[in-house]
Design a protein around this ligand. Structure first.
Ligand SMILES: [Zn+2]
Length: 359
C-alpha cells in the first residue's frame, strides 16, 4: 500500500511565518512515508537510522530502533486489586502506599514492558484540588516518577502519565489559561523528577489535549498524546465528536511526538483506529486498549478479555501501524507477558540496516 505523500503545507492554513517551521516536519513525514513504502522494508512505523535521526526525539529513535515497543497495562485496576479502597484517590497512594504502587510497576517491568507509566494520571492541580490534595502536587508527582524509576531499574523507560483535568472547557468550568498552567506545573515536576517522556492520555476534549501537549512540550521530553475513541456508531470518535484524523493533525501541530489512542473500548476496535492514525500522521502511533468493556458483578468491574485474546491483536495492530502497544483498563501484567511473547514470534521485517527486531 502506498501512503499518499502530503504536499508541503497542503490542506493546512498556515499563519505568516510558521510555514518554514511547519515545512520541515512535513518534509520529514514525506521522507518517512517513502521509507515505509520500500518493498520488504519496515512495514511498521518504527524507524531508526537516518530518518529516525531526522524525524524523532532521540529517546524515541532509540526505543523504536528494534521495532515495535511493548508498554505497560492498567494501573488503576491493579491498585484496586492490591487493596486500594474504592473512593481513594489513586495518585495519593504514591505517598500512602508506595510499596504497593511499586509492586505494580515492577510486575510490568518483569512482564516485559520496555516503557512503563507512572501513577500520576490525576495529579494535576485541578483534580487534586477536588480531592483536597492541592498542596501535594509536587510530592505526589515526584513520588510517582521515583517509584516507577526504581521499579524500572534501567530495564524500562518511564513515561509519566498526565490525564485530563476533570473540568469542562466548553461550559467555562475552567479556562484555557488555568488548564495550561495546571499541565505545565505537572509536566515540570514530572520532568524534574526524572521522567524519560510524558504521556497525555485518556483525553476526550481535543482543546484540553492540545493545552496539555503544549505544556508538556516545554520540558523538552518526548510527548505522547492520546485521545479516547468511545463514541459514534463505529466507536471512532471522542465523546466530543473528534475523529482520529482530526486529532492526529491537531496534536501534531501542538508538538506531540507520538499520536495515540487509549481506553474506551476493547482491543478489536483499535485496529481500525491505529490504521487511521497511521494514515493521518507520520509520527509513531501508540495504542493502549481496554480488556474489553467491563461487566459489573457485585459492584466490581470484571473484564472478560484474557491476555492471550488481547495479544492475538498484536500483529493486526502492528500491521495497521502501531509502534507502541500496551493495555488500559482491565489489562494486567500477564497481558504484557502475552504481548511480549507474541512480539517475539512475529517475523522480522528488517530495519534500515536490516537488523529488524532483536527478538
Ligand atoms: Zn482505561
Amino acid at each position: 500500500m502506498v501512503a499518499p505523500v502530503r504536499p508541503l503545507g497542503g490542506g493546512r492554513r498556515e499563519r505568516n511565518g510558521v510555514l518554514a517551521d511547519r515545512a520541515i516536519p512535513v518534509l520529514k513525514g514525506a521522507l518517512r512515508r517513502l521509507w515505509l513504502d520500500i518493498p520488504g522494508g519496515l512495514t511498521w512505523g518504527g524507524s531508526g537510522g537516518l530518518l529516525g535521526a531526522l524525524a524523532m526525539h532521540p529517546i524515541l529513535t532509540e526505543l523504536l530502533s528494534k521495532g515495535p515497543v511493548i508498554t505497560d497495562g492498567a494501573w488503576g485496576t491493579e491498585l484496586q486489586k492490591a487493596g486500594m479502597p474504592l473512593g481513594e484517590f489513586p495518585d495519593a497512594w504514591n505517598l500512602k502506599a508506595p510499596d504497593r504502587v511499586g509492586a505494580v510497576a515492577r510486575a510490568y517491568v518483569q512482564a516485559g514492558s520496555r516503557v512503563i507509566l507512572t501513577n500520576t494520571f490525576g495529579a494535576n492541580r485541578l483534580r487534586l484540588a477536588d480531592a483536597g490534595l492541592v498542596d501535594q502536587v509536587a510530592a505526589i508527582n515526584t513520588a510517582g516518577v521515583q517509584i516507577s524509576k526504581a521499579a524500572a531499574a534501567g530495564r524500562a523507560l518511564v513515561f509519566a502519565s498526565m490525564g485530563p483535568s476533570g473540568k469542562m472547557l466548553l461550559t467555562g468550568e475552567v479556562t484555557p489559561v488555568m488548564l495550561r498552567e495546571a499541565f505545565a506545573e505537572q509536566a515540570r515536576i514530572l520532568a524534574a523528577a526524572g521522567a524519560d517522556g510524558l504521556v497525555v492520555e485518556t483525553m476526550a476534549d481535543l482543546s484540553e489535549a492540545r493545552a496539555a501537549v503544549e505544556a508538556a512540550k516545554e520540558t523538552g521530553l518526548p510527548v505522547v498524546a492520546c485521545m479516547v475513541y468511545d463514541s459514534g456508531r463505529l466507536k471512532d470518535r471522542t465523546m466530543m465528536g473528534t475523529r482520529p484524523e482530526e486529532a492526529a493533525n491537531a496534536l501534531a501541530q501542538s508538538g506531540a511526538d507520538v499520536i495515540g489512542a487509549n481506553c474506551g473500548q476493547g482491543v478489536e476496535g483499535f485496529v481500525a483506529i491505529a490504521g487511521r492514525l497511521r494514515a493521518a500522521t507520520s509520527l509513531p502511533v501508540w495504542i493502549k486498549a481496554n480488556a474489553g468493556l467491563p461487566e459489573y458483578v457485585d459492584g466490581n468491574a470484571v473484564y472478560r478479555t484474557t491476555g492471550e485474546q488481547f495479544a492475538s491483536f498484536l500483529e493486526p495492530l502492528i500491521m495497521a501501524g502501531a509502534d507502541f502497544v500496551g493495555g488500559c483498563c482491565g489489562t494486567r501484567p500477564e497481558f504484557v507477558a502475552e504481548l511480549s511473547r507474541a512480539l517475539a514470534t512475529l517475523p522480522p521485517k528488517g530495519g534500515i540496516d536490516g537488523r529488524g527486531p532483536a527478538h
